[in-house]
Design a protein. Structure first.
Length: 390
DNA sequence: ATGCATGAGAC
DNA sequence: TCTCATGCATA
């Protein structure tokens, strides 16, 4: 059946130029029918407030705690004396320890964001949160918690789990209304920063699992793309925003620690460049082979000289000799009646660039010229490694 | 970046 | 049966 486009979250530009959100009602977005975004937002508040009255008990299905929900943001804290919401700067990074300790959630829980969204859908608040850098802080604090304390996250595998559903404390505050323009700003900011960091959408999606946020697993490149291009539903955007904000924050940190040798802990993709395989041209190879015939174990100085002569890097030549010796040894063994297990897989463990993991090929200065007796014993009992690296 | 499909949950 | 979030595969 032909369904209307879903997840339509037009950019503000598109929105204003077209004059309206489209298909909002049908796509589950209640912002429809209003030409003015402000009216839409207001209508959303009203509608959601009404919805909430009806659905407050329904939405109890597994929720994130406030602190987890706003991971990456300073946690809103209801200031009972002022009736406003403060932000706790110490809670920028969520701690799931409570949940873990209570057994409510396991560290690998991967609850669907739909759970989150179910919550958000019913718990809009008129609160915004401190901004990412370069964005004006315009959050008007109102009520603190989406789920006012008693929320819990269902454990792993929400779908099938019989995890206890924690009683949803009645929202003591208004719902959050995330300004669409605010989302748009964040999406743009996020995209720019991501690109600056040299991280792909797919990388971000994968890295989310490393945030260890309860209920947050990896996401696909598609979803990240859709977030950046605002083609998710409003609720979906709202749900993803704090998560992506959290990632971005950690990624920025990780960049810094990485510069000082730190580990990005999965927040940033492995940027280890793929080794490019050196290709030695046939003429050079012939020369090398000739040298090899003369002396299969040239000294460092000799290798340097050869490298210079052939305009190759010394290491390339050194590795070539290493590999050549292995190759020779292998063919000797094979030719000598040994079965393949005696050295099988050797070839697959070495390569032209010297990442020779199975044979001996020490760097200069550490070269120990093994005696001929040692050679074959080195790998005598090694099973066919190709079985492990198939 | 996006068309199409899937599965869970709501109705 | 519909909605929605999300992913796969591909343009």
């Amino acid at each position: 059946m032909m369904q209307p486009p879903q997840r339509l979250y037009p950019s503000l530009n598109a929105m204003t130029s077209s004059g309206r959100y489209t298909d909002r009602m049908q796509s589950g977005n209640i912002f429809g029918t209003f030409d003015d975004p402000f009216l839409q937002a207001r209508a959303a508040q009203v509608a959601l407030a009404e919805m909430d009255v009806k659905n407050v008990n329904v939405s109890a299905a597994s929720m994130l705690r406030q602190a987890d929900m706003f991971a990456g943001y300073p946690t809103p804290v209801l200031n009972t004396s002022t009736g406003t919401v403060d932000f706790d700067p110490n809670s920028v990074v969520p701690s799931s320890s409570n949940l873990l300790e209570s057994g409510l959630v396991s560290s690998d829980s991967m609850a669907s964001l739909q759970q989150v969204m179910a919550m958000q859908q019913h718990h809009y608040q008129q609160a915004q949160f401190p901004q990412y850098p370069s964005m004006p802080s315009q959050f008007s604090a109102a009520a603190a918690v989406i789920t006012a304390g008693a929320c819990a996250v269902a454990g792993n595998n929400m779908q099938n789990s019989l995890m206890p559903r924690y009683p949803l404390a009645a929202p003591t505050t208004e719902m959050i209304d995330m300004d669409p323009r605010e989302l748009e700003r964040f999406a743009e900011h996020f995209k720019q920063r991501r690109i600056k960091l040299g991280v792909t959408q797919a990388d971000v999606g994968k890295a989310l699992a490393h945030l260890k946020m309860p209920g947050v697993g990896s996401l696909s490149q598609s979803t990240i793309c859709r977030f950046e291009s605002l083609t998710l539903s409003h609720n979906n955007m709202v749900a993803l925003k704090p998560i992506l904000h959290s990632w971005l924050e950690k990624a920025e940190d990780a960049i810094k620690t990485k510069e000082t040798g730190g580990d990005s802990q999965g927040i940033l993709p492995n940027t280890e460049k793929k080794r490019k395989r050196t290709s030695i041209a046939a003429p050079e190879k012939r020369v090398l082979e000739e040298y090899f015939r003369q002396q299969p174990r040239p000294t460092g100085d000799r290798i340097s000289a050869i490298a210079e002569k052939l305009d190759l890097k010394k290491n390339v030549v050194r590795v070539w000799f290493c590999n050549q010796r292995q190759k020779q040894k292998r063919s000797r063994n094979q030719g000598g009646g040994s079965n393949s297990t005696s050295n099988g897989g050797m070839s697959s463990r070495s390569n032209a660039n010297g990442a020779n993991t199975a044979g001996k090929c020490e760097p200069f200065g550490e070269i120990s010229l093994p005696t001929s007796t040692a050679d074959n014993n080195t790998i005598k009992n090694v099973p066919n490694l190709s079985l492990f690296y198939a």
